[in-house]
Design a protein around this ligand. Structure first.
Ligand SMILES: NC(=O)c1ccc[n+]([C@@H]2O[C@H](COP(=O)([O-])OP(=O)(O)OC[C@H]3O[C@@H](n4cnc5c(N)ncnc54)[C@H](O)[C@@H]3O)[C@@H](O)[C@H]2O)c1
Length: 370
């Protein structure tokens, strides 16, 4: 198959959908890989590394789209790319269709085959192509939180791990899923005194089993959160209710319970945030202060560490990309239910219920196309 890897053109996006190592794997099966010049530079991969792995470098985005049967990307196509995608071309990337109608309409009009990373789903309902970015954001939340606890950055001026003879900082993590677990591992590793809250008792049992001794589990409730806020230095928001806005576990009035310089990192900002005063911020200007409390609410945290994020993402996407390339999308989706759930739009027809519901579009049965 002819596979194209364009350079991401969305503002501040430095990830790339295929590493030189991934290119080598695809090349081994005899596929032709075309990578746009400098596509990997933001993640630290040079054109030469791709060429040595067996890929060909093309000078511009138009030639990559023009030549390829399958496009592998990271972010959803933006307007400049809509017209480059053509009938029957397979596009494997994050789309997040339900949040943006113009993109949905454009992909219907160009009659391409859109397979969305975010809806590839395993039998246990986990989302294997979203997990890596949650892992990155979870680990980063503590790194960023530790930084903003420093006095020059308006924090309380407390070192997360303390030092011999001085107590460590207290970290409270709301939500013990992927983000929360990774945040707890990082905070515990730095020596902080960590509490992780969830509403799922089985999840709390599991966390209590696997976490080191400096991590305590606690049932999440408004009463319990209010009890802990006055004594904690860093609070990480990591809750998710699938398909719904995040619940406001920390309301505006609760900011008064915290000490000045406490840092809130609301990772759930992309679902509206679990802290009422959360407003999306960017890496250029990640924080703001309300009632002396530092708020960090960056909506695309993994974007700041493109090297790690690219490797984490491509570790997860490559096995699927290989199946699509080796078998063609129809056979790959017939044989792999996880991939089949990734199909959102096929040749102008919406086949994913969440997308047709979002914009009142006719829904088509995916099996009719396989
Ligand atoms: N900002 C970013 O860059 C970024 C990156 C990745 C993920 N995220 C977001 O982070 C959030 C968490 O993602 P995840 O992958 O960890 O989800 P997850 O489904 O793995 O975990 C969510 C957890 O929240 C728990 N929960 C639900 N309601 C709760 C409550 N009232 N109190 C405490 N816990 C509660 C659930 O039981 C679950 O364990 C999502 O909103 C996701 O979109 C943001």
């Amino acid at each position: 198959m002819i596979i194209g890897v364009p350079k991401e053109i969305k503002n501040n996006e430095n990830r790339v959908a295929l590493t030189p190592s991934g290119a080598k794997e695809l090349a081994k099966y005899g596929h032709d890989i075309y990578v746009q010049t400098n596509a990997g530079s933001g993640s630290g991969f040079s054109d030469t590394q791709y060429e040595e792995a067996g890929a060909n470098i093309l000078p511009d985005i138009k030639s990559v789209y023009g030549r390829s049967e399958m496009i592998i990307k990271v972010k959803e196509p933006i307007q400049e790319e809509y017209g480059l995608i053509r009938e029957d071309q397979l596009v494997f990337t994050y789309f997040h269709f339900a949040s943006y109608e113009p993109l949905t309409r454009a992909m219907i009009d160009n009659k391409s085959i859109c397979l969305a990373y975010e809806t590839v789903e395993k039998e246990d309902r986990s989302l294997p192509l979203l997990i890596p970015m949650s892992e990155v954001a979870g680990r980063m939340s503590v790194q960023e939180g530790a930084k903003y606890l420093e006095k020059p950055l308006k924090g309380r001026g407390i070192l997360l791990g303390g030092v011999p003879g001085v107590r460590p900082a207290k970290v409270l993590i709301l939500g013990g899923g992927i983000v929360g677990t990774q945040a707890a591992i990082m905070a515990a590793g730095l020596g902080a005194d960590v509490t992780i809250m969830d509403i799922s008792l089985p999840r709390l049992r599991y966390l209590a089993d696997i976490m080191p001794a400096n991590v305590n589990t606690y049932m999440s409730s408004e009463y319990n959160i209010r009890e802990l806020l006055p004594s904690h230095d860093l609070i990480v928001g990591a809750v998710l209710i699938p398909g719904a806005k995040a619940p406001h576990l920390i309301t505006r009035d609760m900011l008064k319970l915290m000490r000045p310089g406490t840092v809130l990192v609301d990772v759930a900002v992309d679902q509206g945030g679990c802290i009422e005063t959360c407003e999306p911020t960017t890496h250029e200007n990640p924080t703001y202060i309300i009632d002396d409390i530092v708020h960090y609410c960056v909506a695309n945290m993994p974007g700041a560490v493109p090297y790690t994020s690219t490797l984490a993402l491509t570790n997860a996407t490559l096995p699927y990309a290989l199946q699509l390339a080796n078998k063609g999308w129809k056979k790959a989706c017939q044989e792999n239910k996880e991939l089949k759930l990734g199909l959102n739009i096929i040749k102008g027809d919406v086949v994913y219920k969440g997308v047709s519901d979002a914009f009142d579009l006719p829904h088509h049965n995916v099996d009719n196309y396989l």
